[in-house]
Design a protein around this ligand. Structure first.
Ligand code: FMN
Length: 345
């Protein structure tokens, strides 16, 4: 396929640049390329085949494979991703206050493992800026058929007490209200000091008491870390369901270093292939705890069709990926979609 061939030629050039430079360059090209980039991707890959469309709670996905949060934090190419075959797209994480994130370098490739370590620290233009971009998309009639979600997180400057955390999330919800097809509350980034302490039953309950009503009927998911022990994770899933969430996304990156040989000294969250065994286990725990009461979206190290099928068979309603796109190239999702159709999904 042409996209794969193009990626084979381009990848050495992209990988010669520092990871974040390559990432920013790619997003700038997509932003500048606009309709041309969408048209080209549409011709070479295209949206998921209609037979892959499916419900996810109150959403209608155009396919089961979504873009995970973090790649297009600011929604610079929000309407591009469906043309690569993504059935839904998660923008963000954005925070109520725009923030620069951690000092660079903060994103590292581990090519031998097909993995990434990042400690970006929620660098983003802020939820108001994302809202302006999404408003422009809606007003231009360019909202894609694939649902667009906004992942929101706590601003670094906001203290960790219950009230401040809730107010920070409410500010983002207010900026974005009426725009995205769904929200995700991200409590699982390892790169905002203290954030993961919110992944406990009582703090989560108190946060959801305020946040769920403020979503005003827009589906709201919670995204969890793989570093929670299974018992804790199951208790948190139950608290989230009782708190009124519409779905669980599992998992984020891990602070552990399963199977990695490269860049072990770098702090941050590990994603990509070495995350799979841990993510797969934790996704199993989440599916079991959720008991079908809300949909589960599986994420972590997915790069081949067998993994997608395994998670769907396990009881996930959909999956997301990020790191594999960097290593396998932009034709990946199209290939996975084709394999799913061939296997009758
Ligand atoms: C560079 C980078 C930045 C990320 N930023 C975010 C983020 O802002 N919010 C979030 O919820 N997850 C973020 N993630 C985590 C991904 O959404 C995903 O949960 C994780 O990478 C595991 O999936 P993967 O192995 O397919 O990459 C980020 C991942 C990477 C590699």
């Amino acid at each position: 396929m042409l996209l794969d061939l193009a990626w084979r030629l381009l990848r050495p050039l992209a990988f010669a640049l520092p990871a974040e430079k390559a990432h920013d360059g790619a997003l700038s090209s997509l932003e500048l390329g606009g309709a041309l980039a969408r048209g080209l991707a549409g011709a070479l890959a295209g949206p998921p085949p209609p037979s892959l469309a499916r419900p996810l709670g109150r959403l209608r996905l155009t396919g089961p494979i979504g873009l995970a949060a973090g790649l297009d934090k600011n929604g610079r190419a929000a309407d591009f991703w469906p043309a690569l075959g993504f059935g839904f797209v998660e923008l963000g994480t954005v925070t109520a206050h725009p923030q620069p994130g951690n000092p660079k370098p903060r994103m590292f490739r581990l090519p031998a493992e097909h993995a990434i370590i990042n400690r970006m620290g929620f660098n983003n233009d802020g939820s108001a800026a994302l809202a302006s971009r999404l408003r422009a998309l809606r007003e231009a009639g360019r909202w894609p058929a694939s649902p667009l979600g906004c992942n929101i997180g706590k601003s670094k400057v906001t203290p960790l007490d219950d009230d401040s955390v809730a107010e920070d999330h409410l500010a983002s919800l207010q900026h974005l209200r009426g725009l995205p097809d769904y929200f995700t509350v991200n409590l699982s980034s390892p790169n905002t000091p203290g954030l993961r302490t919110l992944q406990a039953v009582e703090p989560l309950r108190r946060l959801l008491d305020r946040v769920v009503p403020a979503a005003q009927g827009t589906p709201l998911f919670v995204k969890l870390a793989p570093d929670l022990e299974p018992d804790e994770l199951a208790a948190i899933v139950l608290a989230a369901i009782e708190g009124g969430v519409d779905g669980i996304i599992a998992t984020n990156t891990t602070i552990s270093r399963p199977g990695s040989t490269g860049r072990l000294e770098e702090a941050g969250g590990l994603s990509g292939r070495p995350l799979w065994p841990l993510a797969r286990q934790r996704i199993g725990t989440v599916v079991q705890a959720a008991q079908g009461k809300v949909p589960v979206i599986g994420v972590g190290g997915i790069h081949q069709a067998d993994q997608v099928l395994e998670l769907l068979d396990l009881g996930c309603s959909a999956v997301q990926l990020y790191s594999a796109l960097i290593y396998e190239g932009p034709g990946l999702v199209h290939r996975l979609n084709r394999a799913l159709v061939e296997r009758g999904r």
